[in-house]
Ligand binder design. Structure first.
Ligand code: GAL
Length: 833
């Protein structure tokens, strides 16, 4: 009989004598002390931190700096205001939890962190993107004050090719459990056999016993559907050795499963319970999805038996003006904007993502390529992770797979992006002895049969080693890499370990891929790198707009902006239309991850400082779509689309190129002030239509028609002088949890109420009530004002202010003013859940 699972939980909790839940996973982000600087005594319990700043995590101290301070000598924009920072937090664990085990879980600290509890060093972790756990129990005083101190060292700069952020920029949890409990990342759930009619669900649970006596427990696994209804359950008894770890395997069967897909990402969960003497001593939930997939060398990617082209984007982890500090709503907003565009895939370029991103990808239906490294032993920036790789790669890669392998949204593991070891000029001679031994020792441990050729290059052996780590922990997903060496001589390919060949760029090698890789599967792990500034147009539009041969030098256009027509890209890239033409046409290409979905901080190609963020995004840093967004929407969704651009504020008589992206129509007719300028239809392989129009002010109008019947029409009017400010909140009601956000767009209007597309008014924001301005932005890569300032110049007529709720409910009023303009305000309600 099916029962509503929630009811059982409530009754279990009420029956429990302790005030603690059997497993208490507490948000441990409130009220930390922070100091930017170093102090060798700050790990001591009695240290006086009363003068330090109090803040809530997640926190990224680099985003608080003025961006004009970034190192002008770094073309990649990689150097950032780093330095050393300290965090401290006092807490008093409940006396009633004495006898329990208490862990602290960090989702990510950038980087080189060391953690102390009550003055005792409990661990250090160089990797800035990995999640990790420390056991606090041996040093903890229950019912008394305890202190956690964390030192974060991001002083060696530059250490990244993109903006990393600095600090405890992801969430922190305090986990209190019984000494016999489900281990960290202690469930591994797979669906070895799936058909539309039924599915096996295999559950491997790892139980840890921190007591020095054997423990006899019953292990329950309960499968619950999306409505909270129990579907089926299984239990068996397990003997957990004293101070030991035991894994137990169980198998469940689901009839008529709801399959997970990108259009209907149906989530089940497995509730794991450990019972001792009939009493629940631990309980843990693992969200899962049931789906099956294949990559076919000729026909591409299939999900649940249906052909699906992967239409993905690469994204770095920063969230624009929030910096690297994780915020669930900010990530969700990014994914919503991408989903609206028709995007169905995310590549976590080029590092382990936040757990929240993966949870959202599960729920919203994205095909994720989860990536471990941007470099192995060979460095790409002076102080990057290559220095830690020899000692830490096994641990970091292992922890990534263990953490992420239950996510249905993950379909591929990438063990590296454009790893310099692809090439043979980096050979064993260039390795130091320790590194060479590390790889060669591994080679000796391999089952000789699995080595395709005895005399493999050391870099191929390293590839095999990394792929082997992944496959040992998760044989259910293919291993790939992003490669900018697309010849079979690439040591990564020669290893034979790649289950899908990942090409970055090199579109000339896509079509005839099987000539050189006859039996392989292909995915375009990265492509395009087109360059655009939102709302900025350079005429004419039908020729390339920058000179590709200049890529190695700073491009010297005095205004550091790129044209928003899809006609400029890096020399190793393509236009968006150029990429999509091939991906769409050839079935053997499983799909693509475009560089990039969103603009990101750092790598301001093709310009250098003072530009400080990228031009690659389909969507700008503030979250405003650039024009090409609608090209994808017209191709990647079934929606009726008609997008007309540019704006209509030019000089009289000037020739202006008018483009339209459209779908579900046979033609588009353009009118200027009521007079037809002709009908246009996309030819095969084209994705836009265009007219060259001598400018005269007034109204530009486009009408798309199917079988002579109007589908959509769009109008753009010439705007007059700015008169007033308009504010529009994406959400007027947010949760009063101290985390939720409302993104408020500021524009200026002329006397008729028409938005002024070229406006660059300087807007000052102020706020009252139970919220604060956590950042402002305009998508302009050259804006050097700190992204935390409550003021912003409009760029191409737009800016945003990001409002974050306080923990109290009530009204929040955001006001915007600018000299000579009518000011405006918007009201947001912050409500307790
Ligand atoms: C790629 C690289 C990315 C980014 C991009 C810019 O080669 O993998 O991280 O740098 O170039 O075009």
């Amino acid at each position: 009989m099916k029962i509503v699972y929630g009811l059982i939980i409530i009754s279990i909790l009420c029956g429990c004598s302790s005030r603690l839940k059997v497993r208490d996973r507490a948000d441990f982000t409130e009220n930390w002390k922070f100091y930017l600087g170093d102090d060798s005594l700050a790990n001591e319990t009695q240290y006086d931190d009363s003068k330090w700043r109090t803040l809530d995590l997640p926190h990224d101290w680099s985003i608080e700096a003025d961006f004009s301070l970034s190192n002008p000598a770094t073309p990649g924009g990689g150097a950032l205001p780093g330095g050393i920072g300290w965090y401290r937090k006092e807490f008093t664990p409940d006396k009633s939890s004495e006898g329990k085990v208490v862990y602290i879980d960090f989702d990510g600290i950038y980087w080189n962190s060391k953690v102390w509890v009550n003055g005792h060093l409990i661990g250090e972790r160089p990797n800035g993107y990995i999640s990790f756990r420390y056991d606090l129990t041996p040093y903890l005083k229950f019912g008394e004050k305890n202190v956690i101190s964390v030192r974060v060292d991001n002083s060696q700069q530059p250490n990244s090719r993109w903006y990393s952020g600095s600090g405890i920029y992801r969430n922190v949890w305090l986990v209190t459990v019984d000494p016999v409990h489900i281990d960290y990342n202690g469930t591994y759930i797979t669906t070895p056999v799936v058909t539309k009619d039924s599915s096996d669900v295999k559950i491997v649970t790892t139980i840890r016993n921190t007591e020095n006596t054997l423990s006899n427990v019953d292990l329950y696994s309960i499968l619950v559907d999306a409505d909270g209804k129990e579907i089926t359950r299984i239990d068996n008894s397990v003997n957990v050795t004293a101070s030991g770890i035991v894994s137990s395997e169980q198998l469940l069967k689901v009839e008529q499963p709801n399959l997970w897909s990108v259009d209907r990402p149906y989530m089940y969960k497995v509730v794991t319970q450990i019972k001792r003497d009939g009493k629940i001593i631990d309980e843990y939930e693992t969200p899962i999805g049931i789906r099956y997939f294949t990559f076919d060398k000729d026909k591409g990617f299939f999900l649940n038996g249906e052909s699906v082209k992967i239409k993905g984007v690469c994204n770095h982890h920063d969230l624009g003006c929030l910096g690297a500090a994780v915020n669930v709503r900010a990530i969700e907003r990014q994914l919503e904007i991408l989903k609206e565009m028709g995007c169905n895939g995310i590549r976590t370029a080029h590092n382990p993502p936040s757990p929240e991103l993966l949870d959202l990808c599960d729920k919203m239906g994205f095909i994720v390529m989860d990536e471990a490294f941007d470099m192995w032993r060979k460095k790409k920036s002076p102080h990057d992770y290559s220095q830690f790789f020899p000692e830490w790669h096994e641990r970091d890669l292992t922890d990534l797979i263990l953490r992420d392998r239950n996510h249905p949204s993950i379909f591929m593991w990438s063990i590296g992006n454009e790893i310099l070891e692809q090439w043979s000029h980096i050979d064993a001679d260039t390795l130091d002895l320790q590194q060479a031994n590390m790889v060669l020792n591994f080679a000796n441990t391999l089952d000789k049969k699995s080595i395709p050729s005895k005399d493999l290059h050391v870099n191929s052996l390293l590839t095999l080693k990394l792929a082997d780590i992944v496959k040992q922990l998760d044989p259910t997903r293919p291993v790939t890499t992003g490669n900018n060496e697309t010849e079979p001589s690439n040591h990564i390919f020669r290893s034979g370990a790649m289950e899908i060949i990942g090409f970055n760029y090199h579109e000339n090698n896509w079509v005839n891929f099987h000539e050189k890789f006859p039996d392989q599967k292909l995915i375009i792990t990265e492509s395009t790198s087109a360059l655009m500034s939102r709302g900025y147009y350079i005429m004419p539009s039908d020729s390339m707009n920058i000179w590709p041969e200049r890529w190695d030098k700073p491009f010297d256009r005095p205004v550091h902006q790129c044209s928003s027509y899809d006609n400029n890209h890096v020399p190793w890239g393509t236009t968006h239309e150029g990429t999509w033409q091939l991906i769409k046409k050839y079935d053997h290409i499983s799909g693509v991850y475009l560089w990039t979905g969103f603009d990101y901080l750092g790598e301001p190609t093709p310009f250098w400082w003072p530009s400080r963020s990228s031009y690659f995004g389909i969507i700008d840093l503030a979250g405003f779509p650039k024009d090409v967004y609608y090209m994808y929407q017209s191709e990647w969704t079934n929606k009726d689309v008609l997008h007309l651009f540019p704006h209509w504020n030019w000089n009289e008589g000037q020739l202006v190129d008018v483009w339209a992206y459209y779908s579900n129509a046979d033609e588009v007719e353009l009118y200027l002030n009521g007079k037809s300028l002709g009908k246009k239809t996309k030819k095969d392989g084209e994705f836009h239509v265009f007219w060259r129009v001598p400018y005269t002010k007034g109204t530009l109008k486009a009408v798309s028609r199917k079988n002579g019947k109007e589908v959509l029409s769009r109008e753009i009017k010439t705007a007059g002088k700015p008169v007033s400010i308009r504010l529009t909140a994406d959400r007027n009601k947010i949760t009063a949890d101290g985390k939720d956000l409302s993104f408020v767009t500021a524009e200026v209007l002329d006397a008729e109420g028409i938005p002024v597309p070229t406006a660059d008014s300087f807007i000052k924001f102020s706020i009252e009530g139970n919220g604060f301005i956590t950042g402002t932005d305009n998508g302009n890569p050259t804006d050097s004002l700190s992204l935390k300032k409550p003021e912003r110049r409009l760029f191409s007529g737009k800016a945003i202010a990001v409002i974050q709720s306080a923990r109290k409910d009530g009204k929040i009023v955001l006001r915007a003013s600018s000299e000579g303009l009518e000011s405006n305000s918007v009201e947001i309600r912050s409500v307790k859940k």
